[in-house]
Design a protein around this ligand. Structure first.
Ligand code: SAT
Ligand code: MN
Length: 646
């Protein structure tokens, strides 16, 4: 008789409360101290990960400024970051050029059945992985196999950073804890900017003895990886791009990421937890986790409204959230620029928190003209990645809006000498700044209110060069959800896609859905049907209309305040609207257009919209099929009817 197979090293990575093999951990440099500070369930997770990944040492992250400085000095000594003497407390990291953006093709949701992950994720016969535009699926057994192939010994010779963190303001009913283990000090430093870090944020005991292991904190295991052939062409930025995997098992509250140290692939509090896993939690707990900015708009009479806005990555969410209104008497404040967690309160109002504590914004194009508030936010204590560096120790990128002083030279993100006019940009198109929210001069006073801010309007938008008006309002919540489901935008540099293709991006969540996108839309519809819900109005905006020569029609940026003013007036019942087949439009003269003809900014061309309907019908059919809520098929049919009569 053959002996039973040895237990897989990954088996039950996320489960169990008792710390097994605590002695292994305690034997590591820093191990005993790291363990003692953590509740038993967290100790168990660390111990299992240590046994699997075999790091040389453990370092517990406490969220202190002192530790942050020590980590940055360590990163400097490793050549991962350089200081930027022109800016207080600022640093520049340059990555392996193969590790520069989210890797959507290798990002998966782990569920027993493929249809729980994405509407049309159908694996090839007997397969354990399936790809679809609305999400990729992996079976739990395949995840175990992948962990066994990727993680054993992956941290050998490295330190494992133990990062307890909180998403959301302390004390908020919406805040949730996580524990990320990573072998990247860069990730530890970034997490300390983007989230609230410290062992005090981990719940000390599970809510009840019957609670599952997902109730206390989300377990996040991350390694930059170790290529099989041992080749690390950029020793200061180890990664394993050929085998990258970012896997989410929301049922187990487990996120496993291997091979990339960049952005959303590795800062697991952000897209992985705050969007994908949180969306799955939100579905069962009756709230929403969405890819949305949150902003306050105060009008000249001092009345304040809060808006949430969903736009695909790199469509100007940060610019909008930090806008300086170019409209007299209006004042805009920022609650968050990327993610909103929202729930209805006892009075039926939708309230939103920003689960993050920092901004991870696109650098190129950020300037005093486009986003002066961001420029102020990144003056100090900011970690830049993949931007250019000047000989005076400052940052530089395309569209920074400042010419180089005489004699000042630039080194590109690739470490090459660079001069204005060179064909390649000095900063990678997806280069980023990572800055604490507290640096932001327009930060809303209520940004850390545990109850969240009351949301009066929801805005959907994308980059649409033609056909889609500057702003229009949905007829109803259902119609608004339909508008969200129908969102499309030009591809951006935030992921690996190439070219100027128009991508369908429902709710701006396409790469971030945490469960079947059809069920996510159904969850929106269900929340809207809740008795007593005082629903926000829903709008669609498009700042990106172009004329025949390809130039933008609308000045955008601070001038978008004119559109926000109309939205706030609609919310307050003070502005009229004109019905059209696609929704409610501002009447001519309702918002100042700076001399631009109304008809060009508010095109409602039946031919364009009929084409749009045909493409949407094809997209719905091909990618949602029977998983699309019946209400949304009905909304599409109703739009087609209205256009027929137009
Ligand atoms: O790299 S991130 O996913 O964090 C940024 C983005 O895509 O918006
Ligand atoms: Mn984003």
């Amino acid at each position: 008789m053959s002996s039973p197979p040895a237990p897989s090293p990954s088996r039950s990575l996320g489960e169990g409360r008792a710390p097994p093999d605590a002695s292994i951990v305690a034997a590591l440099a820093g191990g005993a101290e790291a363990l003692r500070a953590l509740p038993p369930a967290a100790q168990a997770f660390v111990a299992r990960a240590v046994r699997l990944c075999r790091p040389r040492a453990l370092c517990l992250c406490r969220g202190s400024g002192q530790q942050q400085s020590a980590l940055l000095r360590h990163l400097r000594d490793c050549g991962t970051v350089r200081d930027l003497p022109a800016r207080d407390g600022c640093w520049l990291a340059c990555t392996d050029p193969r590790d520069v953006a989210r890797v959507e093709a290798r990002t998966v949701l782990v569920t027993p059945r493929p249809e729980d992950a994405a509407p049309r994720a159908s694996p090839a016969a007997g397969g354990a992985v399936a790809h679809s535009p609305l999400g990729n699926w992996m079976s739990p057994a395949e995840l175990e196999r992948a962990i066994d192939a990727l993680f054993p010994g992956c941290m050998e010779g490295r330190t494992m950073y133990v990062i307890p963190f909180l998403m959301g303001p302390p004390g908020s009913p919406l805040a949730r804890a996580g524990l990320q283990l990573t072998d990247s000090a860069y990730v530890a430093v970034s997490m300390n900017i983007m989230t609230r870090v410290g062992p005090q944020f981990l719940p000390s005991a599970p809510a009840s003895s019957s609670s599952s292991s997902t109730d206390d904190f989300v377990r996040c295991l991350h390694s930059v990886g170790r290529p099989r052939d041992g080749a690390v062409p950029v020793p200061s930025w180890p990664c394993d791009p050929g085998r990258t995997l970012i896997a989410h098992d929301a049922r187990r509250g487990l996120i496993v990421s291997y091979g990339s140290g960049y952005g959303g692939n590795s800062l697991l509090g952000k897209k992985s937890f705050a969007l994908r896993v949180a969306a799955a939690m939100a579905r069962s707990q009756g709230w929403l986790a969405e890819h949305m900015l949150i902003m306050g708009v105060q009008d000249p009479r001092g009345r304040k409204r809060y808006l949430a806005g969903a736009f695909p990555s790199a469509c100007g969410k940060t610019n909008l959230a930090m806008m300086r209104a170019a409209l007299p008497g209006y004042h805009v404040t920022c609650v968050g620029d990327d993610i909103a967690w929202m729930r209805f309160d006892a009075d039926g109002r939708l309230r939103a928190i920003n689960p993050e504590r920092g901004f991870f914004g696109v650098a190129p194009g950020t300037s005093e003209a486009t986003n002066p508030v961001a420029m102020a936010t990144i003056r100090r204590d900011t970690l830049f990645t993949n931007v250019g560096r000047t000989s005076t120790g400052d940052v530089y990128w395309q569209g920074i809006g400042q010419s180089l002083p005489p004699g000042v030279t630039v080194t590109s993100w690739l470490g090459q000498p660079w001069a204005p006019g060179d064909p390649e940009p000095c900063a990678h198109p997806n280069s980023r700044f990572c800055a604490p929210a507290s640096n932001c001069p327009s930060l809303d006073p209520a940004w850390e209110d545990p109850e969240g801010v009351p949301i009066d309007a929801i805005i959907f938008g994308g980059r649409r060069p033609h056909g889609v008006p500057l702003v229009f309002e949905a007829f109803s919540w259902q119609h608004g959800v339909f508008l969200g489901s129908a969102m499309r935008s030009e591809a951006t540099a935030a992921a690996e896609h190439k070219g100027q293709q128009l991508l369908h991006d429902p709710l701006a969540m396409r790469p971030f859905f945490g469960y079947n996108a059809g069920q996510h839309l159904q969850h929106w519809l269900d929340l809207g049907a809740r008795p007593g819900a005082r629903l926000p109005r829903i709008f669609h905006v498009n700042w990106f209309l172009r004329d025949q020569s390809g130039a933008f029609l609308w000045p955008g940026f601070g001038h978008n305040a004119r559109v926000l003013a109309w939205i706030c007036a609609r919310v307050g019942g003070e502005a009229g609207a004109v019905a059209s087949p696609i929704g409610l439009l501002p009447p001519e003269g309702a918002l100042p257009l700076g001399g631009l003809p109304h008809a060009r900014l508010f095109p409602v061309e039946p031919g364009f919209w009929r084409r749009e309907c045909r493409q949407l019908r094809a997209f719905y059919g091909e990618h949602f099929g029977s998983h699309l809520p019946a209400e949304l098929w009905r909304e599409l049919g109703a739009l087609e009817d209205r256009l027929r009569k137009a």
